[in-house]
Design a protein around this ligand. Structure first.
Ligand SMILES: NC(=O)C1=CN([C@@H]2O[C@H](COP(=O)(O)OP(=O)(O)OC[C@H]3O[C@@H](n4cnc5c(N)ncnc54)[C@H](OP(=O)(O)O)[C@@H]3O)[C@@H](O)[C@H]2O)C=CC1
Ligand SMILES: O=C(O)C1=N[C@H](C(=O)O)C[C@H](O)C1
Length: 270
């Protein structure tokens, strides 16, 4: 009998799902115990390694999320908001820790996640990489050091398939900038400019989203004043940075008290 944390992964056919299956199955410190896909998905019933085009991993893809989540210590979930809400309820019911990378959730959906976090440990972050989580802290500090003579803009670029904007990372960076300034992001966010917008409002935090090609994820935080600009940048070139961060979060979350945690908690950054 092994004491390694048992990890179930949702959305295993997805870009992040496949990366996670690879990282978890390659990692001797953990056990891949569940590979979940939606009902009617063509992978259901197939060996997950074979479905991914590689060697068998002796684990069939299942559409029985309840059973797979109940049998795991922790579930790693990079899917879509409505799916994540359902997985969070199952994880809460079975006391399984939940690592959430899914982005694009609205306030109501975030409240539902917070409710599930009353019953189990949830680590949720719009970006699980070390680099971005360091950038978040830097952004907060730079914003705190500068006044509103510096206009703050967050610019992000992603692949053509991304469905939500601004990215979860851009929103984390915007929140950090707002915290540094001592304001609420919802009061100062400018999330779309088109047509005669009028001059930029002092104190606003602007967001711009670029979509195209196979860009993994790029984020700039720009502090622009008269005569000078500071640009803090993170470039992701490999989705492995997100999935390795998620596996670290999963190992960390097992046995933690119920509550909602961030990657900063996992990485000891605050
Ligand atoms: N926090 C972080 O560090 C990162 C977060 N992300 C986020 O992760 C999410 C997924 O990204 P990505 O992998 O690129 O997207 P994909 O579209 O490639 O993968 C999503 C997967 O989730 C599956 N899925 C959707 N709905 C359900 C459901 N109801 N039940 C089971 N499975 C479901 C999809 O299946 P199907 O194809 O059948 O719809 C698909 O396999 C996005 O929100 C993205 O922003 C991405 C990278 C890093
Ligand atoms: O959808 C993606 O691909 C990514 N999503 C996350 C986000 O919304 O910030 C993280 C990363 O940038 C890749």
């Amino acid at each position: 009998m092994s004491n390694r944390p048992r990890i179930a992964i949702t959305g295993v056919s997805g870009r992040m799902g496949q990366m996670l299956v690879k990282n978890v199955s390659d990692n001797d410190a953990v056990e891949l115990s569940g590979a979940i896909e939606r009902t009617d998905h063509e992978w259901v019933g197939q060996d997950v390694g074979v479905a991914m085009g590689g060697q068998p991993l002796n684990l069939a893809v299942t559409d029985d999320a309840a059973q797979a989540i109940a049998a795991a210590d922790v579930v790693i979930d990079f899917t879509a908001p409505t799916a994540t809400l359902a997985f969070a309820e199952l994880a809460a019911r079975h006391g399984t820790a939940h690592v959430i990378g899914t982005t694009g959730m609205n306030d109501e959906q975030l409240a539902s996640i917070a409710n599930s976090a009353r019953k189990t440990a949830i680590v949720r972050a719009g970006n699980m990489s070390l680099g971005v989580n360091l950038l978040v802290g830097l952004t907060r500090r730079v914003a705190a050091a500068l006044d509103e003579d510096f206009d703050i803009e967050v610019v992000e670029a992603h692949h053509r398939y991304k469905v939500d904007a601004p990215s979860g990372t851009a929103l984390m960076l915007g929140e950090a900038a707002a915290e540094g300034r001592g304001v609420k992001l919802r009061d100062v966010a400018d999330r779309g400019r088109d047509g005669i917008t009028g001059a930029r409002k002092r104190g606003d935090i602007g967001f711009t989203a670029i979509r195209g090609g196979d860009v993994v994820g790029e984020h700039d935080v720009i502090f622009a004043a008269d005569g000078e600009r500071i640009v803090i940048r993170h470039l992701a070139t490999d989705r492995g940075i997100f999935s390795r961060g998620a596996v670290k979060a999963a190992i960390w979350a097992v046995g933690k008290p119920a509550g909602e945690y961030s990657m900063a908690n996992v990485l000891g950054l605050e």
